[in-house]
Design a protein around this ligand. Structure first.
Ligand code: SF4
Ligand code: SF4
Length: 299
């Protein structure tokens, strides 16, 4: 007898699709960074950038690192800028993270450079939340009023951008210059008193066999422009000025998180704000400059 079997057709196993970013990936990231504020406002791209910063930042447990709270990561880095218009200063605070105490310089930003900054950011429609005009002591820049005028062009287009002048305000001269400033400009006076020792900035993590790790300052204060170009942070710009590392970003189209990470990988090795120095070494034990800084100081 011939038996006829009904053999069910077995469809071939579907090939696994190449892995793409899915909502699940995003959920994992949210779980990993539970303290990031305004999650809904952070885009998928920004989450990717957060991951990109893992190697350079100590953000494995952001919920335990209070300073990260509220500053966020990723594209927030490009929302604020500090412009170091001069490295001249009439104070000599010994912890100056612009090196104005031990590494004085006559370098100052040119009017052309400020004009290019405004033109580039307007033509690229790059919206900034805040611009801080700072230094050194910005009122000592001989063209400071003209610089403020040029930056006003940006404010005309982006009226909601907060523009501050940060001055120590200690001298009669500075206070006189402040009286000449336009009313739309916010003046921030920071009458710092000199500290007795410089235990923070002049420490190179490489002198303590620690790798480059970024602190929260770029996200808190914003990225930086100085006479040489753009940097992830103003202390990093000072490091490049003093150690001639040549890492400035010159063009606005090069301003992105990936290039900031490359800069941090070099600059943070020289910086006393590197979080590994804070956590790994007791401050009072290193009350003086680390060897790399001593070498730079002795020229
Ligand atoms: S006032 Fe500011 S820029 Fe001037 S030396 Fe002190 S910390 Fe540095
Ligand atoms: S260079 Fe210094 S201030 Fe800038 S991110 Fe690195 S550790 Fe922070």
């Amino acid at each position: 007898m011939h038996i006829k079997y009904n053999i069910p057709k077995i469809s071939p196993k579907p090939k696994p699709k190449p892995k793409q970013d899915t909502l699940d990936d995003i959920t994992i990231i949210i779980k990993k960074f539970p303290d990031i504020k305004d999650r809904k406002r952070i885009s998928k791209q920004e989450y990717k950038e957060i991951l990109a910063f893992q190697d350079i930042c100590v953000i494995k447990k952001p919920q335990k690192e209070k300073r990260w709270k509220g500053y966020g990561t990723g594209s927030n880095l490009l929302n604020k800028i500090e412009i170091d218009v001069t490295y001249d200063c009439n104070m000599k605070c010994v912890n100056c993270n612009r090196g104005c105490d031990l590494f004085p310089s006559n370098e100052r930003i040119s009017i052309d450079k400020v004009g290019n900054f405004v033109n580039d950011f307007l033509s690229h429609q790059h919206k900034l939340d805040r611009i801080i005009i700072i230094g050194g002591e910005p009122t000592l820049h001989p063209d400071i009023l003209q610089i403020i005028d040029i930056i006003h062009e940006y404010k005309r287009v982006y009226a909601e951008c907060n523009i501050h002048l940060a001055t120590n305000g200690v001298s009669d001269f500075s206070r006189h210059i402040i009286t000449l400033m336009p009313s739309w400009l916010r003046i921030k006076t920071n009458t710092k008193k000199p500290f007795p020792r410089h235990y923070k900035f002049y420490k190179a993590s490489k002198d303590f066999n620690q790798p480059a790790k970024a602190c929260y300052l770029p996200w808190k204060c914003g990225f930086s422009l100085n006479p040489h170009g753009y940097y992830p942070c103003a202390p990093g710009a000072t490091i490049d000025r003093i150690f001639n590392l040549g890492v400035a970003i010159k063009q606005i189209d090069q301003l992105n998180c990936q290039n900031f990470i490359k800069q941090m990988q070099i600059l943070c090795e020289y910086c006393g704000f590197n979080p590994l120095i804070r956590s790994g070494t007791r401050r009072r034990e290193i009350a003086h400059m680390s060897p790399s800084w001593k070498t730079a100081y002795n020229g």
